[in-house]
Structure formats: C-alpha cells, structure tokens
Design a protein around this ligand. Structure first.
Ligand code: BTN
Length: 252
C-alpha cells in the first residue's frame, strides 16, 4: 500500500480547477479494496478521493466480487456524513454517466446504479457503504482495459474497447468528481427531486418493460418512473402499482 505522490499531486491540481471543494487525494499502487482503504483512514476530510492502480479483492454489490483488470479505474469518494434518505450510489453513477458524455461516450443509465455502453454492456458499477456516520462511495469504471476478466467478458466492456481511444484516467476522475459534487450540492441545496427527475429523463426508463430480481423475489411490469424522493423504481404490474427499492433490473 504505497502512495504515489506524483499521481496525487496531479489529480489534486486538476480538482482545484473545479468550482467545488474537495478533500485529500490518496493514490495507492495496490489495495485490497478502496472501500476498506477509505474506512481505515483515521481522519479524513469530506470529499476525499481514494484511488488504487490495482485492487486485489474489489467488492461489488450484493457481496459479489469486482474484477479490475489493467486499465480499469477503481476509486472511492468519502463523505463525512450519512443521510439514510439519499441514494448515494445512484447519484454517483449519474455522475459517471455525465462524465462519460463529456468525453463523447455513448452511454446509458440502468437502474439502480449501473452505467452501460449503448450496446447494453456494463462499463461502470457503483456501491455505497456507511460506517459510523461516514459514507464511502465506491466507483469502478472500465476505462482503458484492453481485456475484461473472464468472469464478466460478454456482459461488460471498456471505453477503450468501444472507441479505440485512451482516456486519461486523471481527467476522467476530475470530471466525474465535478459531476458528483455538482449533483451532491444541488441535492443538499434544493432537495433530491430535481436530480431524480433528470435521472428519469436521461435514463429513458419510462414506459419500458422490465424485470427486477431481488434475491428470491421477482417483479415484472412497465416502468412508469422513478420516485422523486427515494429513487425507487415505480412499476405498473398486473397486481397494481408498486415501488421497488432494490434488485437487479433487466429490460424485457
Ligand atoms: C457493482 O457491483 O456494480 C459495484 C461495483 C463497485 C466497484 C468499485 S471499484 C472501487 C470500489 N472498491 C471496491 O472494492 N468496490 C468499488
């Protein structure tokens, strides 16, 4: 777990270009997971960013592994607060989506917190965890991977594979942090409703027929939108209108 002062210095300088405050940059060569690295920091400023060149045991949602091949971006953003009402991972994946648009990516939002390439393959995943009032948002982006891990080949892709273009990870991090901080500020200032409304519009989810699997439960129906307060998926099913809060969503 060695810190790379050169990369930390460059990213810190890039973050200063943003009209938002950010915390400290920690850039490690290798960690087990940037989530654990973030939680193990004794003192940490709000909006600090922890990046790792490699992760040995990256975590995904629902106890799954997250495989970061060479070229992928693994980072965590620390917030020194937690609000149970805020769907942090959904907000962060919206930030990733908007950062990709800035770099010419043809990406799509998938409820709850995935970003897909236009061909339906996953390009980014986000988790959020809370411990003792600290929120850590973990963001994995397949940026410059020449290859994807065997486990996710076929269902995942990278920016480099799709465009043939190398994307400077530091510039992408700056833009992603900028979008995330903008979204968080707007949520804290004006409430979450406006951001959820934009998410719904940008995702194009209204009217699509979907299936959501949450453990042993399964829901199917027509998506009629996103709850403006919680981010829950609003589904019209044969049994009536329901709200779904968790699960893996698939388009039908
Ligand atoms: C998902 O399952 O889609 C979420 C994946 C989140 C992966 C990122 S990579 C950086 C951070 N550190 C981890 O161990 N996981 C998250």
């Amino acid at each position: 777990m060695t810190r790379n002062s050169g990369k930390e210095g460059r990213l810190s300088a890039l973050l200063k270009e943003l009209p938002y405050d950010s915390g400290t940059v920690f850039w490690y060569d290798s960690v087990d997971s940037t989530m654990d690295a973030a939680f193990s920091l004794e003192e940490v400023e709000d909006r600090s960013i922890i990046v790792a060149d490699t992760q040995t045991t990256g975590r995904g949602r629902k106890g799954r592994r997250w495989y970061s091949n060479e070229g992928s971006l693994a980072c965590s953003v620390v917030l020194t607060r937690f609000d149970i009402r805020v769907p942090y991972s959904m907000l962060a994946s919206y930030g990733v989506y908007r950062a990709f648009l800035k770099h010419g990516g043809t990406v799509a939002l998938k409820w709850i917190n995935d970003v897909l390439w236009k061909n339906g393959k996953k390009i980014s995943g986000v988790i959020a965890e809370e411990r003792r009032g600290r929120t850590v948002i973990g963001i994995g982006v397949n940026l410059n991977n020449r290859e994807l891990s065997r486990e996710v080949e076929g269902v995942a892709t990278s920016f480099l594979k799709e465009t043939g273009r190398y994307l400077d990870p530091q510039l992408f991090l700056r833009d992603m942090a900028g979008e995330l901080f903008c979204i968080l500020d707007s949520t804290e200032r004006d409430g979450i409703e406006a951001v959820m409304g934009e998410w719904e519009k940008d995702s194009g989810i209204r009217g699509r027929y979907v299936r959501v699997v949450d453990g042993s439960r399964e829901y199917a129906g027509r998506a009629v939108g996103i709850d403006r307060k919680t981010g829950a998926l609003l589904l019209e099913t044969p049994a009536g209108k329901i709200q779904v809060f968790e699960g893996s969503m698939h388009y039908r």
